[in-house]
Ligand binder design. Structure first.
Ligand code: UDX
Length: 437
């Protein structure tokens, strides 16, 4: 199969590389010339474990390449995937579809022979209809079908998620397109990953519903954690106690500083706006969004309380900046709101992250960045764990105890045990568990 992947961002690059690894001939197209040049030189613009090797292998074996212009590739392609960004539109929170529509116009001008046009970007219900209309308007004779095929991969585990998905959602009523999609995902299909066919609009909504449900689980357990702190219960035991019920499931019940990243905040907001527009408001999601927004600043208040009520003039050490481990992605990272609130309260912030410092410097210029966890902690009034990188799970606590005079540790990811921290003599605060003083 010849596949054109429009957009060499996160979804486009990972999907393009994985599809080429299935044996398809893939061309990833991006308008950004310097990005394409870098990719052709073997430089991968994002941090994703295993992606560099996967790309290098498929480029070497000539199944994967990168280009700026799409006309020639689209004309020759059996399937054209749209993997461009759909950021939140400034002002109203709706998804900004200008890149998707632009891609549709360019596809319309270039398409030739029966072609399946697949939207992989997360797009609001009805976008497939609009993509179809645009292509048809530009090229009334074109022979094509527009399919919705949302992507569910997680950053940091993207390749595994693409190659071993729980399911592949395909939204189309076109029989030829169904066969093509089966062919594209043949290795997964043979491996018993279910291909779930549905209408295009249903597939578009399924993606938002999945992310909104997961965000709801997180917001739910975070509020339960707050209650645990008030009633002296333990949120991790609650998570286990409810998660073992198959109807609930144990995943995404890890309490923390609130969800971040490029998907949950943007997609919950976009879904909420769509629902309001259609007169079917999703009140649960509206509450989830508000609860998660408030949580980030509440985490700063928790840190300030742990420091005795004021951080004015004090240095707070932050471990972990990215929105989760194994990525350099800072989009909507809870660390940003937490650090801003601490600075508003008069604190100086020193931070360390294994991969995220370069990105963090772009959004937070007024933070001092350290080279390792210990130089970050040296002399700080409190040490705060914001992202649960593996490198923070086995810190030398004796050493830390010596370099943090106050002995205050605030663990927003519950990666240490209160008893163990008590033994080292720390003042330890975590999420939804007993306080150690
Ligand atoms: C998510 C979805 O999981 C994926 O299916 C979708 O395609 C894109 O959005 P991603 O944003 O990469 O993927 O990250 P994910 O691992 O889902 O975590 C999102 C956020 O939720 C992170 O900030 C994480 O720290 C937080 N989280 C996750 C929790 O606080 N608790 C949990 O139990 C799980």
């Amino acid at each position: 199969m010849r596949i054109a992947m429009i957009g060499a961002g996160y979804v486009g690059l990972v999907s393009g590389a994985c599809l080429s690894d299935f044996g398809h001939e893939v061309v990833c197209i991006d308008k950004d010339k310097s990005k394409v040049r870098a990719l052709l030189d073997g430089k991968i613009p994002i941090y994703e474990p295993g992606l560099d090797d996967l790309i290098a292998r498929n480029v070497r074996e000539q199944r994967l390449t990168f280009r700026t212009g799409l006309a020639e590739t689209v004309a020759a392609a059996d399937a054209v995937f749209i993997g461009v960004g759909t950021p939140s539109r400034r002002g109203d929170g709706h998804a900004d579809l200008s890149y998707v529509h632009q891609a549709a116009r360019e596809i319309g001008a270039a398409i030739s022979g029966y072609t399946v046009v697949v939207t992989k970007s997360t797009v609001p219900v009805g976008t497939g209809d609009e993509v179809e209309r645009i292509i048809r308007e530009i090229n009334p004779k074109a022979d094509f079908a527009v399919v919705s095929n949302p992507e569910f991969l997680r950053e940091g585990a993207a390749i595994n998620d693409f190659k071993r998905p729980d399911r592949i959602v395909v939204g189309t009523d076109d029989e030829r397109a169904k066969k093509m999609m089966q062919e594209i995902y043949r290795p997964l299909y043979l491996n018993r990953s279910p291909l779930v066919f549905m209408s295009r609009r249903t597939a578009e909504l399924t993606k938002y519903a999945a992310n909104a449900f997961l965000a709801t689980k997180i917001a739910f357990i975070n509020e339960i954690a707050d209650l645990c702190e008030q009633v002296e219960a333990n949120v991790q035991d609650v998570s286990r106690g409810i998660g073992l019920d198959n109807r609930i499931g144990s995943k995404f019940l890890h309490a923390g500083p609130g969800y971040g990243g490029s998907c949950f905040p943007k997609d919950t907001l976009a879904l909420m706006k769509t629902a309001q527009d259609y007169g079917a408001p999703l009140r649960i999601i509206e509450t989830v969004v508000a609860s998660n927004d408030q949580r980030k600043r509440a985490m700063a208040r928790k840190i300030i309380a742990a420091c005795g009520g004021s951080v004015r003039g004090k240095t707070i050490a932050i471990l972990g900046l990215t929105f989760k481990p194994n990525t350099d992605d800072m989009r909507e990272a809870p660390s940003i709101a937490i650090i801003t609130a601490l600075q508003d309260a008069g604190a100086r912030v020193r931070a360390y992250d294994p991969e995220g410092i370069e990105q963090a410097q772009l959004v937070m210029g007024n933070v001092e960045y350290a080279d390792d966890p210990y130089s970050c902690a040296e002399g700080a009034a409190a040490l705060v764990i914001v992202t649960e990188w593996d490198a923070f799970r086995a810190l030398d606590m004796r050493r830390l105890k010596n370099i943090i005079p106050s002995g205050i540790v605030v663990d927003l990811r519950n990666i240490y045990h209160p008893d163990e921290m008590a033994e080292y003599g720390f003042t330890y605060r975590s999420i939804g568990r007993a306080e150690v003083t």
